[in-house]
Design a protein around this ligand. Structure first.
Ligand SMILES: O=C(O)CCC(=O)C(=O)O
Ligand SMILES: [Fe+2]
Length: 633
């Protein structure tokens, strides 16, 4: 039996698969080296950055020395390197396990080589098996289907929210399995934690298996006005063949960028008889919800907390202690930086409202809040700037502003690891919530968006504050930007401040409990559940004294293109007679204005809220709509 896997090197570290895999591995406690062909300054301790040179066997073997596992997260067109990599693993001596660069369609299907884009991958797999046979080296291939989470917002998928187009290939009845990148990243961790269980075989991982004809009514419930385009599959594959041959005649080498490549991939997904195993639902490994014994009690508790209470503590959430501790330790250092350093990433510079806001710039319930904060999000491309045709609110999405590594070494890595870990927790928790509210599996996931936001917050009471005149950390509010909030109270447990408004209208302390996160619902969740689950009103009131309080709320994203009608699509399920619920008078006054407001999409309402609360950003980056949003009552 090989020893447990600890040291892991990821090849293709900067890609769409590499980055989340690295963050998930580091969050799970593996010692990670991130290797890419060009030097990348982004990886800092504890993740080690490294440059990989596939032309030198010696250099490669050196790089692998001391590693227990190699993850190949590069695109499959680099798979001809497999022979060199396996050789280097064997020379390095200790490497026990390789995860191959599949992360796509089922390359173990016997018909797959009919789709020429997969041929190099299949050949690489053959080489791997030949070379590893009889050695201590084992491997796993992760089959995921399409990456719908990053592909859909970019319009790369057959659902294109930018152009509001759904393309249906053939009958539309073919089901296919599809995956989120974070789910695959979690699978990498699961496999490396128990490699024997998964060794020398494909592992099937996916979040959903659906057909276009099943998906269209769901998409239409969530948002109307889709333009549906039908494509004849025979003509489509004939055209793919023609383009592929034309490329061959021209001597095209990097096929990944040519249309024929994607067309064959699409055909593989929509072939009518599942010849290429695009629907692999029956093969998906359990992995989720393995604590069946306690499930009924858990569901009861969660339902009670959501409907009757509004706030809950989440323990045993599975986030690695060091991921939380690294962040907690960073906060005092971060906020102690000189004001000009913090201001180098000022929020006002960012059209995405991501950056630093100093003390006293925020007002809640007409009183100035006593806090400073950094707003961050999972790193997304600024698609609004990149291509025409996206609605203005998509501009909320975009890259973070990072402090330089000199000012804050490791900062980016610590934050990204935490965000990745929280994304996984939030999705797992949503599965429990869905079941607790008696909804079909995956029914709530379509309400969640692609951008999750994180705030790092620092509070200080006024020096002259008294018990009668306490400082307002943040005034009473319901969270507006998230679907669910997962809050980390990141100071000593003796430091209080957070309070929630009970159903009877009494402010209750919500003290920090080590090892837990506090979960509360956001305004969109309240609307979707027809008010059955109230977004609880809360505030931070700082008792007088000389201390600092730190907190880190993570706001799970809401899909910005949701309309009022979309948000009401579950109201029949959440009918008020069946689901008894109540709220205090003060809480009711906090109600979400979205349904009453005049804005059609959630994203536009969000943009309006952001512009109104950060007017400097609004004037600077949204001059055309500034007056309209600020003066609309
Ligand atoms: O700092 C806290 O504990 C709560 C922060 C909060 O409610 C918010 O920023 O929305
Ligand atoms: Fe809040």
């Amino acid at each position: 039996m090989p020893g447990p896997i600890k040291n892991v090197i990821v090849l293709g570290a900067t890609g769409n698969v590499g980055r989340p895999v690295i963050a998930a591995l580091a969050a799970a406690g593996f010692v990670v080296t991130a290797a890419s062909r060009t030097p990348d300054q982004k990886f800092t301790d504890p993740v080690k950055g490294a440059v990989v040179d596939y032309n030198s066997m010696d250099a490669l073997a050196d790089l692998f020395r001391g590693q227990d596992a190699v993850i190949e997260a590069f695109p499959p067109h680099v798979a001809h390197l497999q022979s060199i990599i396996v050789e280097a693993c064997l020379r390095a001596g200790r490497v026990e396990h390789i995860i191959t660069p599949d992360f796509s369609c089922d390359t173990f299907n016997p018909h797959i080589t009919e789709l020429p884009l997969f041929v190099p991958k299949v050949e690489a797999q053959k080489v791997l098996e030949e070379k590893a046979r009889g050695t201590h080296l084992s491997w796993s291939a992760i089959i995921t289907g399409g990456w719908y989470d990053w592909a859909i917002p970019l319009g790369y998928y057959w659902i294109n929210p930018g152009t509001k187009t759904i393309t249906v290939y053939g009958s539309g009845n073919q089901r296919n399995s599809m995956c989120r990148v974070t789910t695959a990243a979690k699978a990498v961790c699961d496999i490396l934690s128990d490699p024997d269980k998964f060794k020398n075989r494909p592992v099937y991982v996916a979040d959903h298996t659906v057909s276009m004809n099943e998906l269209i009514p769901i998409l239409e419930e969530v948002r109307t006005g889709w333009n549906i385009v039908k494509v004849d599959l025979d003509e489509f594959v004939a055209e793919a063949r023609r383009l592929w041959e034309e490329d061959s005649k021209k001597g095209v080498e990097v096929r990944l960028l040519s249309p024929a490549y994607n067309m064959f991939g699409t055909f593989g997904v929509f072939e009518e008889k599942n010849k290429y195993n695009a629907d692999f639902e029956r093969l998906i490994e359990p992995g989720r919800a393995n604590d069946q014994k306690n499930r009924p009690q858990l569901l009861k508790d969660v339902r009670h907390a959501l409907v009757e209470v509004g706030f809950l503590y989440l323990s045993n959430h599975g986030i690695k202690e060091s991921t939380v501790n690294d962040l907690v330790k960073t906060l005092p250092v971060l906020f102690a930086l000189p004001e000009d350093v913090k201001d180098s990433v000022a929020l006002r510079q960012s059209p995405h409202f991501l950056g630093y806001s100093k003390f006293g710039t925020e007002i809640t319930a007409r009183v100035q809040d006593q806090r400073e904060q950094f707003e961050l999000a999972n790193e997304l491309e600024d698609i609004y700037a990149r291509a025409d045709g996206h609605p203005l609110y998509t501009r909320l999405q975009g890259p973070n502003q990072w402090l330089t590594a000199d000012a804050m070494p490791n900062f980016r890595f610590i934050v990204e690891s935490y965000i990745s870990a929280l994304q996984v927790v939030a999705l797992r928790f949503l599965e429990v919530v869905t079941e607790a509210l008696e909804l079909p599996r995956d029914r709530l996931v379509p309400f969640t968006g692609f951008q999750d936001r994180l705030k790092l917050v620092h509070y200080r009471p006024f020096v002259d504050a008294t018990l009668d005149a306490q400082s307002q950390g943040v005034g009473p509010h319901k969270d507006s930007s998230g679907w669910m909030t997962f809050l980390l109270q990141a100071s000593d447990p003796s430091i209080k401040g957070l309070q929630a408004l009970s159903k009877d209208g009494v402010w209750l302390d919500v003290p920090p409990v080590p090892g837990t996160l506090i979960v509360n619902m956001g305004q969109a969740f309240e609307v979707v559940t027809n008010g059955v689950c109230k977004a609880t009103t809360h505030r931070v009131l700082l008792p007088p004294g000389d201390y600092d309080r730190y907190s880190v709320p993570f706001f799970q994203g809401v899909r910005p293109d949701l309309t009022k009608r979309d948000l009401q699509s579950l109201w029949e399920h959440f009918n008020k007679e069946k689901w008894n619920t109540r709220e205090s008078e003060e809480g009711r006054r906090m109600d979400s204005p979205f349904l009453r407001g005049k804005y059609e999409t959630w994203g536009e309402a969000q943009l309006r809220t952001k512009i109104r609360s950060h007017r400097d950003v609004g004037q600077r980056h949204y001059a055309d709509v500034f007056e309209k949003y600020v003066n609309d009552g």
